[in-house]
Design a protein. Structure first.
Length: 380
């Protein structure tokens, strides 16, 4: 398997992609992840009703002015003509790729027969995909699930319909719509889809570690993996994964010498500043607070820091408290705070790495309990 794949005229270098996540994968976080080697970073989901694109919320979602890579705009809807109009509007906004969402299981989306609800209506799927690919000269990709429910896994059939309709790449979450985000991810259908189509396939679902990503790539033979929540608080996971793929050996971010404390501090501070600039101070501080909570998950002894920074209502205070925390790590002054106790801890990678070292590095990690390919422990 090569270290790149193509979507239309675009050569996509790398085998790890940032998943679209509503309220999370804004332009700022997409740029952060691409800086660490994410091959693609897809926008948050946008309604296909372009009459709603003038809202403040949509304006930030549709802003590609400072994008540092391929601009992928995701649309969702159930009316073929409306979806076609949205694809044309995306092209006018400067998108490089249009992505169609047929993977979201949220009730408010599925009630409108959008997202993964469409998978139960193969004729409508065909109509939408054909309308969109005919309406734009941009390459069109599809985000989908393995089927409507565990008894109706029609993912292979949908994938074949997509390829015949002109879709140029597929990203597949390894659960059905009915499963939502519960239970173990099932990767066998993704492997079957990869064998059934000739277009690139990207595997998605609970991939929250480098080891898991390597295992999924090996099992499914997918062109890439899509990482969502596994990148929150540790966007550098893309760099470590790329290096692991280059060496064909498992490595965890906690053991990646290139990801030092200074780089992490600078990444977090620049992330916060960019959020303040994009959203303005009031909203920017609120959005930044969410990301700080995830960054703190990978810090030892960050409880006091989190309690203090979570109370900050001004951008300058948020930045100063964060900078002071890192200054304390680098230059501890008395008390029970010291550099070792405040060092970065990338759970669950340390335990994972120790377990991995006991296995032969000539083989991929396996789990005897997995009968349908690699599955993660959590449903997150």
């Amino acid at each position: 398997m090569t270290d790149y794949f193509t979507i239309g005229p675009h050569k996509v270098s790398g085998r790890a992609v940032l998943a679209p996540m509503a309220g999370l994968t804004d332009q700022v976080f997409r740029n952060v992840c691409r800086n660490f080697g994410a091959a693609l970073a897809i926008s948050e989901m946008n309604t296909s009703d372009t009459r709603l694109w003038n809202s403040v919320k949509s304006h930030t979602r549709l802003n590609f002015s400072n994008e540092n890579g391929l601009k992928v705009l995701q649309i969702a809807g159930s009316q073929p003509s409306q979806m076609a109009d949205a694809a044309q509007a995306a092209q006018q906004l400067g998108a490089d790729i249009v992505d169609i969402n047929m993977g979201c299981p949220a009730k408010k989306v599925c009630r409108k027969l959008s997202g993964s609800a469409l998978l139960q209506d193969e004729k409508l799927v065909t109509a939408i995909l054909s309308a969109v690919t005919a309406a734009t000269t941009l390459p069109v990709t599809l985000k989908m699930r393995t089927g409507w429910n565990p008894h109706n896994r029609n993912g292979v059939k949908i994938a074949k319909i997509a390829e015949a309709s002109g879709i140029q790449a597929l990203a597949i979450h390894g659960r059905t719509r009915a499963c939502m985000f519960k239970g173990a991810v099932e990767f066998k259908t993704i492997r079957d889809i990869k064998a059934a189509v000739s277009i690139p396939v990207i595997a998605n679902g609970d991939i929250d570690s480098v080891q898991m990503a390597l295992e999924v790539l090996n099992y499914t033979r997918a062109n890439a993996v899509m990482i969502g929540r596994g990148a929150l608080g540790q966007p550098w996971v893309f760099r470590t994964l790329n290096r692991s793929l280059d060496s064909n050996k498992f490595s965890a971010p906690s053991h990646d010498a290139s990801i030092d404390l200074e780089l992490r501090r600078d990444t977090i501070l620049s992330h916060l500043s960019a959020l303040h600039d994009l959203y303005g101070e009031a909203r920017g501080v609120r959005v930044a607070r969410k990301h700080l909570s995830w960054y703190c998950k990978y810090l030892d002894d960050a409880e006091n820091f989190w309690r203090e920074v979570a109370q900050a209502d001004h951008a300058a205070d948020q930045l100063e408290i964060t900078k002071n925390f890192f200054d304390l790590i680098q230059n501890p002054k008395g008390g029970d705070c010291n550099a070792q106790s405040l060092a970065w801890r990338l759970h669950p990678f340390q335990k994972e790495y120790a377990e991995f070292k006991t296995q032969s590095q000539q083989e991929w990690p396996t789990d005897k309990k997995r009968s349908h390919g690699p599955q993660s422990q959590s449903a997150a």
